[in-house]
Structure formats: C-alpha cells, structure tokens
Ligand binder design. Structure first.
Ligand code: ADP
Length: 396
C-alpha cells in the first residue's frame, strides 16, 4: 500500500512515494524544465540516485517518466503500478469551497478551474497534473490538498477587506491565506508536543521560507493569517514586498509612470530581502554579508525580524493571549540568529528563549524556550508532503 504525492509547478513535477503504513518516504524526485532543452529527472531512494537528462516535452511525458523511474528494475522501489493505493495532489487555491482535503471528482476539477483566476500561476498547472495522473492511474483515489483550506476557519472579521461588500459577494475578494498545508502539519505536531488539550492552545505559527505566512491558530484552528487574497502581503519575503500602502501603487503608476506589469514585478520579484539589501533573496547570504559589515543587509534583517515580531504581538492580542510560538520552514528551522532577533524584547509577552537550545535547534523538532518562559517556543520542521500523504491516506 503506497501513496504517491504530486506537486506540479510551472515547469516541474515534484513527487514522493510514501509507504502508507510506515509513513516512510520510499522515493522522492523532481522532473524539471518540462518543455525546455535541458529537461531532466532526478530521483532519490534510500539506496541510489537516478539522474536522467532527456527531452520531456509535456506533463504527460513527465508523469510517464516518473512512473517508469519508480518501476525501474535497478533504481526503482515498486514492481507494479497496482501498489499505488492513492495519489495526493497539492492544489493551491480552493477558494471558499474547500475547507479540507477532498477526493477529486469532475465537480472538484471544475471548481479548481473556476478558482484559477485567484491563483493563475498555480491552479492551471495543478489541474494539468491532476488530469494526467488520473489518465494514467484511472482506477484509484485521487485527493486534492489545498494550501488555502487550513485558513478557511478564519472568521469574517479576519478575512474581509473593508471594500464595498459586493466585491466579496460577487468576486470572492477576501483574505484566503497561504502555506496552509504547512500550517496544518506544524500546528498538529505542536499540539502533540505540547501535551495540552488542543482547545487550550493559543498559537502563532511563523512559516518563514522564501514565502512567508505568520498565522494565528487558536484551539487548533487558523483564525488569522498574514498572507491574503494573494501570497504577497504580510512580512517581507525573499523577493516579495509584503505589506505596503496600497496608495503607493497609484503613486508609482501616475507620478512615476510605471506600468501595472512593472509594479507587479517590482512587488513580487524585486522587493523583499532582495530589494532592500540589493544583494540576495537568500537569508543566508543576507546574514553573511551583514556580519561582514554590509549595512543594507543588516537593515534587511532588522526589518524582517521587526515585521515578524509585530505579527506575533498582533495575533497575541487578537487571540486574547499566547502560549505557543512555532518556527518553521527554511529560515524558521535553520536560523537561531533570526529566531533570537524576533524573540528579543518579547519577554513582556512571556517569551524567553533558552540560548543553548535555540542554537542547537537546526532542522529538528525542539523546544527552544527557557524553563521560565510562559510561552513555549518550538522549532518544528515542516513536511507538506507528509501532510498531503496523511490526508490522502485518510480519504482513501
Ligand atoms: P521554499 O520551500 O519556499 O523555497 P524554504 O522553506 O526552503 O523555502 O526556505 C528558503 C529560505 O530559507 C531562504 O531564504 C534560505 O536562505 C533560508 N535558509 C535556509 N537555511 C538557512 C540557514 N541556515 N540560515 C538562514 N536562512 C536559511
């Protein structure tokens, strides 16, 4: 019994094969640069790495190659396709319809299609992956796991923008929140590690990767999130600006003559750590350069940690308290320095780090708060693929 997890990007298909009983990854891989001259597949199993450079013209070719590689006599991990019980698909936008993972039917496909304008870079490729996988594996269960689903428990006061109400009613314009599969996995692990009844937990989850969502999770349910209608707002990210004054967009357009496309690119691809530092979108480089005296890199770190700190304070107020603070994703899991800068001077909220434990917590589950800290602070490596596999298994 095996579960295949599929994550289709704009020119790639990432996949992992789980042994459903053991929750173990048997193989993981990526098909890259579909339709380009230098397309390739790389697959890793416990024993071996399979690397193939060959023309992969379409998602259909990509899927066929993935299944061939999983079945490969020398490098594969299965003898027959019938060993796959179900396929879990990452789907980005589930609109207001999907508040949990769901078995894919024709109606579900239509809904994902309907929400494509809300996530034009993601939903259409997610759908392409779903269609191809269902064509090749028609007789098994396919499950869609939506990035937005976890945040569907937000109340209207948190998800509505103060625009004329008909834009919400007619056009579904509201906050959706992203990185929800990560938020769900990490908050469920935190509930297990905290050993407290879930209804007592008032948690802030800081998913700090290339993309960022800080979320407020009360009683195990998301009640607010820093990302919005799109993944752009909230804390500044690798290349995304995060929160700005929306009036700025009109100023950039009317006074500086920048086109909407230029402004879009500036906010999504030229802002964030990259824009402020002028050096990199990668936090490791920012920290290295700041330590060697680069002032703009230092400023980028200070802005970043200040903004995360403000969300923690805001969500503690929104939930009427805080007892659990979780760091996850690339920066959250790996940077004791950034965690320490974020938590600095939050003692008044009951947050105190244990310096040694914080320094030791690299890419592993660990409490990093001092014994005297009222708020328990944890590092929990995220695992979106495992969350997708678990949801898929539950439905299959
Ligand atoms: P995504 O999956 O969204 O691409 P990740 O969760 O892998 O993103 O996070 C990428 C970010 O994590 C990058 O900014 C990278 O610099 C940062 N990161 C990874 N390792 C470290 C580290 N040791 N110290 C600081 N930042 C790190």
């Amino acid at each position: 019994m095996k579960i295949l997890v599929i994550n289709c990007g704009s020119s790639s298909i990432k996949y992992q094969l789980f042994d459903a009983k053991m929750k173990q990854v048997m193989a993981k891989g990526i098909v890259q640069k579909i339709g380009q001259d230098d397309s390739s597949l790389r697959q890793e199993t416990g024993q071996a790495t399979l690397q193939r450079e060959l023309p992969i013209l379409s998602y259909r070719d990509g899927f066929e190659l993935i299944l061939q590689s999983l079945l490969d006599k020398k490098h594969g991990v299965m003898k027959d396709l019938s060993e796959i019980t179900a396929v879990g698909h990452r789907a980005v936008h589930g609109g207001e319809k999907f508040f949990q993972s769901t078995i894919i039917t024709e109606e579900v496909i239509q809904k994902i299609e309907e929400y494509a304008p809300l996530a034009p870079l993601h939903n259409p490729v997610n759908l392409m992956g779903i269609r191809e996988a269902m064509r090749i594996l028609p007789d098994i269960t396919h499950v869609a796991v939506f990035d937005t689903a976890f945040h569907q428990t937000m109340p209207p006061k948190a998800y509505l923008y103060a625009l004329p109400y008909e834009y919400y009613e007619n056009n579904k314009i509201r906050r959706y929140g992203f990185h929800g599969t990560s938020g769900k996995y990490v908050s469920q692990r935190a509930v297990e590690l905290m050993k407290l009844p879930v209804e007592n937990l008032k948690m802030v989850v800081c998913h700090l990767g290339s993309g960022i969502t800080v979320s407020a999770v009360s009683g195990g349910k998301s009640v607010d999130a820093s990302s919005g209608f799109t993944p752009l707002p909230g804390v500044m990210m690798g290349t995304r600006s995060g929160d700005i004054d929306p009036g700025l967009i009109f100023y950039l357009n009317r006074q500086l003559g920048l086109s909407p496309e230029h402004i879009d690119s500036m906010l999504n691809r030229e802002g964030g750590l990259l824009g402020v530092s002028g050096v990199s979108n990668d936090m490791r480089q920012i920290i290295d350069n700041a330590e060697r005296g680069n002032k703009r890199c230092r400023l980028a770190m200070e802005m970043f940690t200040y903004q995360v700190k403000k969300y923690i304070g805001a969500y503690a107020a929104a939930m009427g308290g805080l007892n659990t603070l979780v760091f996850t994703a690339g920066i959250g899991e790996n940077s004791p320095l950034i965690r320490a800068m974020i938590c600095n001077k939050l003692e008044f909220l009951g947050i105190e780090l244990d310096e040694k434990m914080n320094n030791e917590a690299l890419d592993k589950e660990q409490f990093i708060s001092a014994a005297s800290s009222k708020v328990k602070v944890l590092v929990i490596p995220t695992n979106e693929e495992l969350m997708i596999a678990l949801d898929t298994l539950a439905l299959a």
